[in-house]
Design a protein around this ligand. Sequence first.
Ligand code: ZN
Length: 161
Amino acid sequence: MQLKMAKVESFTLDHTKVKAPYVRLITEENGGKGDTISNYDLRLVQPNANAIPTAGLHTIEHLLAGLLRDRLAGVIDCSPFGCRTGFHLITWGEHSTTEVAKALKGALEEIATVTKWEDVPGVDVYSCGNYRDHSLFSAKEWAKKILDEGISDDAFNRNVI
Ligand SMILES: [Zn+2]
């Protein structure tokens, strides 16, 4: 017997064909009252070739939470993929992948320059579910590597913004 489950777009993407780092629009969903929600694939490293270690990814997550909201309207959530190669970004409304890539670039540029641990938000026992598992050093080094490679607004063709 085959297990019946909803089809998920992310599992239909050929991960061997993409060229990270990139921003890709996964879906635009329309609600019953006319609102649109967009879901993006923020792929920071190449699938099955690299993965950001958990502590660095966790610190990037905490920093992106505020830095992306400062740069892009309607951010609902930005959460890491289980494979640790990037993040889902969910927003109200529609944004071009170029617009999202520019916001991501600006946010990573800021992460690369953070010098004080106190500037990372929500990293105490009260505001984080695993506050011991963070690394600002790792977050900054991965941010620099991603910026050096350049962020494309197209998953399959390098079109660095
Ligand atoms: Zn946390």
